[in-house]
Design a protein around this ligand. Structure first.
Ligand code: GLU
Length: 353
């Protein structure tokens, strides 16, 4: 072989070796799909009506071929439901699977696709019970996969990019949507139609992600994932906790119904600072006396629900939700009840988590 041919052969060999090496270096990301609009389909690309959870994880991944450039992806179908159908069974399955995957050396990050309706609850639940510093990133979309300008593909790309990023480690469970990175405890769904639905009033974003380039501004303010004292790895069932919405003229009957139905905890989505009618307060005090853990939260989206403001929590045995909205207060109470019914300890959890 001539010297020229030999050096061309060597160059080709080196090139192939470098390509293979860089391919091997791509992070390993597992996408756990649960359903939601991101997997939704409609008959036309410009209609409001559609069905959630129609498209499987493989099709979701295939729809974003650019993922291959940034990660080695594996997909698993955990469920395929609209997130209004999200339930304890899927939560436990998801949390256990994430804990298994996170222990593996060949898994660098996990992405969960999920409907936006109840993403607040699932993200916060996972933030309390998964045990890892690796990125666990939830994403979804407001428009179904068949819509004009569907937002799902870029959200998945950005979520995978964050899951690949070493700077996303040790920030608790994250949510990526519409170029924002949000903390599992701090965001709310603010619009039923807008792609810019997730906002974090009072707390701010964890960061932003623009075509896969992430920038981080902060860490969570409260304990998360491996820092918490909660585990569901051996748990088969979660306690029943109801949310009762407060309004003028409430006569306390729905609280009495929850007691009769065997709920172990009741969260009142109160007015203002977790307030309620005297009739509701009386029914709730009766429930607390029976050993049902009763939490006062608020239907107002921002602010702080403190103890003993207009209602004497010390006397009536209530817990104040502090910064947690009713849906997150319910999640924390479900997890807390696995450990204790002591209202003082549970009040402490509301401060810490
Ligand atoms: N109901 C749907 C869900 O939560 C709509 C919300 C969405 O995914 O954007 O699955």
């Amino acid at each position: 072989m001539s010297l020229f041919k030999r050096s061309r052969f060597t160059a080709l060999f080196v090139l192939l070796f470098v390509i293979q090496l860089s391919a091997q270096k791509l992070p390993n990301i597992v996408i756990l799909a649960t359903g939601g609009t991101i997997a939704g389909a409609a008959e036309t690309n410009v209609q409001a009506g559609y069905s959630s959870g129609q498209v499987g994880v493989d099709i979701l991944i295939k729809a974003v071929p650019e993922l291959k450039k940034i990660a080695k992806i594996k997909g698993e179908q955990v469920s395929n439901i609209g997130s209004q159908e999200m339930n304890d069974k899927v939560w436990l399955k998801l949390a256990k699977r994430i804990n298994e995957l996170a222990k593996k050396d060949d898994v660098d990050g996990i992405v969960v696709t999920h409907g936006t309706d109840t993403m607040e609850e699932t993200a916060y639940f996972l933030n309390l019970v998964v045990k890892t510093k690796k990125p666990v990133v939830l994403t979804g979309s407001m428009r179904p996969s068949t819509a004009l300008s569907a937002d799902g593909p870029l959200n998945i790309f950005n979520a995978v990019a964050v899951a690949c990023d070493i700077n996303a480690w040790d920030r608790g469970v994250l949510v990526v949507a519409n170029d924002k990175i949000l903390g599992a405890r701090d965001f709310i769904k603010t619009s039923s139609t807008d792609v810019e639905t997730f906002k974090s009033p009072g707390f701010g974003w964890i960061g932003t992600v623009h075509y896969g380039v992430a920038r981080y501004y902060r860490k969570p303010f409260t304990k998360y994932t491996y820092q918490t004292e909660f585990s569901v790895d051996r748990i088969k069932k979660l306690p029943k906790v109801a949310i009762i919405y407060m309004y003028s003229n409430n006569n306390g009957e729905l609280i009495e119904d929850a007691v009769e139905d065997g709920y172990e905890g009741i969260v009142v989505a109160g007015v203002g600072n977790g307030n309620m009618t005297k009739a509701a307060e009386k029914a709730l005090a009766k429930a607390a006396k029976k050993g049902i853990v009763c939490v006062r939260a608020s239907r107002v989206p921002t602010g702080y629900i403190d103890r003993n403001v207009e209602i004497n929590d010390d006397k009536l045995g209530f817990v104040a939700s502090y910064q947690l909205n009713p849906q997150r207060a319910r999640v924390l109470l479900k997890v807390a009840l696995l450990k204790t019914k002591d209202t003082k300890t549970i009040q402490k959890y509301f401060a810490e988590y």
